[in-house]
Design a binder for this molecule. Structure first.
Ligand SMILES: Cc1cc2nc3c(=O)[nH]c(=O)nc-3n(C[C@H](O)[C@H](O)[C@H](O)COP(=O)(O)O)c2cc1C
Length: 293
């Protein structure tokens, strides 16, 4: 999505042989969120970008008496002053320190196993999915959010400035794995009609990947499957969870292409006792993964 971009201010300062250009842009993201405006201050030394500051109107909650526009203008004023006073100090003070990229393992199939029980029914579903991928000669990995270091989304909206999250934890490698998969399977038990907390952390933190896609584009054509188990009897137990997981997939440009929903699991206890279930799960996975040639 290309925002509507307007130049609000442009100042040029000559220092020695170098021309410094400070630009302040107003970018309208209303097509994404109502009234979201991003302000960007960029300083160039000749052709080289040396400093960038971004802020957006959603970063400031209702009780905070600060507006993104004022913050961006104050930053532009201050930077303009610093450049005029001493451009060498400005470069030293505003050098960008880039975070280390996460270590990412990519696989054709990625399964997010949302149950905190590593030996429960969702783990059985996850194992069947992985076996199906291997039978096709495809690579697979299972992500267990409950075993990982994942902070909860704090709604700071800074990902819409930069396309990345302010936290540096295991989400970087999870997002990397999701990006690399041709098929994403989300396995989840129903907890109070929705997903367990660990999986919800992943879902909310993937907002940073959504922001990255909005700002820079992203892969299309990935597919997603929803596998879920509920303790109680009845399809209605899946109403909320299927909405939540499908919305999550669509938010990342992944097409939800099917689901397997197993109810009455508290009575059944072990889904391996359901005739044909393993074959059913494997068939579903194989339908959406191309065999390796
Ligand atoms: C905290 C909690 C909340 C649950 N809420 C529901 C629910 O709302 N509806 C339901 O049908 N089952 C509910 N269950 C039952 C689980 O969905 C069921 O035990 C499931 O098999 C667990 O999956 P697992 O074996 O993969 O861990 C709940 C279980 C727990 C522990």
């Amino acid at each position: 999505m290309e925002p509507v971009r307007e130049l609000m201010r442009s100042v040029e300062t000559d220092a020695g042989k170098v021309r410094y250009t400070l630009n302040l842009y107003h970018e309208d993201f209303s097509a994404l969120y109502p009234g979201m405006i991003r302000y960007t201050v960029i300083v160039m030394a000749g052709e080289l970008m040396i400093a960038v500051f971004r802020t957006n109107s959603f970063e400031y909650s209702p009780l905070v008496p600060i507006a993104a526009e004022n913050v961006s203008m104050q930053t532009a004023d201050e930077w303009e002053r610093e450049i005029r006073n001493n451009p060498t100090d400005f470069i030293q003070n505003h050098r960008q320190v880039l975070p280390e990229p996460p270590i990412v393992t990519t696989s054709d199939l990625v399964v997010i196993q949302g149950s905190p029980r590593g030996d429960g029914n969702c783990s059985i579903l996850a194992r069947w999915a992985v076996d199906a991928a291997h039978e096709l000669g495809r690579t697979a990995q299972v992500i267990y959010p409950h075993d990982m270091d994942i902070r909860c989304c704090i709604g700071c909206y800074q990902c819409y400035n930069s396309g990345s999250c302010v936290f540096d934890d295991d989400m970087g490698s999870i997002i990397g794995a999701i990006k690399g998969a041709s098929l994403l399977v989300v396995c989840s038990p129903v907890y109070t009609n929705t997903v367990p907390g660990g999986l919800k952390l992943v879902i909310d933190r993937c907002q940073a990947y959504h922001a990255e896609r909005v700002l820079s584009g992203g892969r299309m054509g990935q597919k997603g499957l929803v596998f879920s188990v509920a303790g109680r009897k009845g399809e209605e137990n899946f109403t909320c969870i299927t909405h939540v997981i499908s919305a999550f997939l669509r938010n990342l440009g992944i097409d939800p292409v099917g689901e397997i929903l197993i109810d009455r699991v508290d009575a059944i206890r072990d889904i391996r006792t359901i005739p044909g279930m393993e074959e059913n799960v494997k068939m579903k996975v194989k339908q959406h993964l191309v065999p390796k040639k």
